[in-house]
Design a protein around this ligand. Structure first.
Ligand code: GLP
Length: 241
């Protein structure tokens, strides 16, 4: 896994946004895997700004979200559907028929997970997967203990993730379960970019860089991928020697 460190979070986010826009410009029918979360806010802001200044066609891009909370309606402001619609899909003019999230509303969630996997395969697989990282090393919502060959499935969220994401829910209760692409699903992407910014991520990034590959720190599985890049700012990289 290569590492790139930028002077500021803004530059690291801008670089990540450019990865996305370059892919779309070069290959307008590409398939994107997208993360949510606070780290991604800046990436999608940069992307929207780039698009405002010099528009590029996103109508044929197929976009796949990493995960979704079980029990949240798409119109719920805390759902990842809402997040992605609001932060990227609408401002860049994605076709809503081409934007996908795990279907957490089907009666049979195992079936929904299988259909998500099949849909990714049917469209040709993900060209570029964007990732953040949880405080415990999760990618998507693959919590510690997730296996290298795990696929899209419903997971129980860890206390660490619930504590970290609860403030985003304001007065609402945070769901305890989510459906996430598996580690195996993520590793099948042709290219992977993991972005981590800020001092709060310094400890987990240090652990990630020093970790052996294994389920204790799911992001460590990215070290087995031939085209994975860790994008950091000075703060998140501050504990790497
Ligand atoms: C969330 C998301 C992940 C994200 C991570 C970090 O739970 N499901 O995809 O990468 O946790 O979030 P943040 O950027 O808010 O720290």
């Amino acid at each position: 896994m290569k590492i790139k460190v930028f002077d500021s979070a803004s530059e690291a986010s801008k670089f990540t946004a450019k990865k996305i826009s370059d892919l779309i410009k070069n290959s307008p029918e590409s398939r994107l895997g997208l993360a949510t979360g606070r780290t991604m806010d800046a990436v999608y802001n940069h992307l929207s700004n780039q698009h405002k200044i010099a528009p590029f066609d996103c109508s044929k891009v197929r976009a796949f979200a990493l995960d979704e909370y079980v029990g949240l309606e798409p119109r719920d402001e805390n759902s990842y559907r809402y997040y992605l619609d609001f932060h990227i899909f609408q401002s860049l003019g994605f076709d809503s028929n081409n934007t996908f999230l795990p279907d957490v509303h089907m009666a049979d969630l195992n079936q929904a997970a299988l259909e998500y996997e099949n849909l990714i395969i049917k469209t040709g697989g993900i060209d570029l997967q964007i990732l953040g990282i949880g405080m415990n090393g999760h990618i998507g919502l693959n919590e510690p203990g997730s296996k290298v060959d795990s696929r899209t499935r419903v997971v129980d969220l860890s206390e660490s993730t619930l504590d970290s994401n609860r403030p985003l829910f304001k007065d609402a209760e945070i769901p305890k379960k989510a459906m996430t692409m598996g580690v195996g699903t993520i590793l099948e992407a042709k290219e992977i970019v993991l972005l981590a910014t800020g001092k709060t991520k310094a400890e987990i990034i240090k652990n990630l860089v020093n970790a052996n590959v294994g389920a204790d720190l799911p992001a460590s599985f990215l070290k087995t991928h031939s085209n994975a890049l860790l994008v950091l700012d000075k703060d998140s990289a501050s504990l790497i020697s």
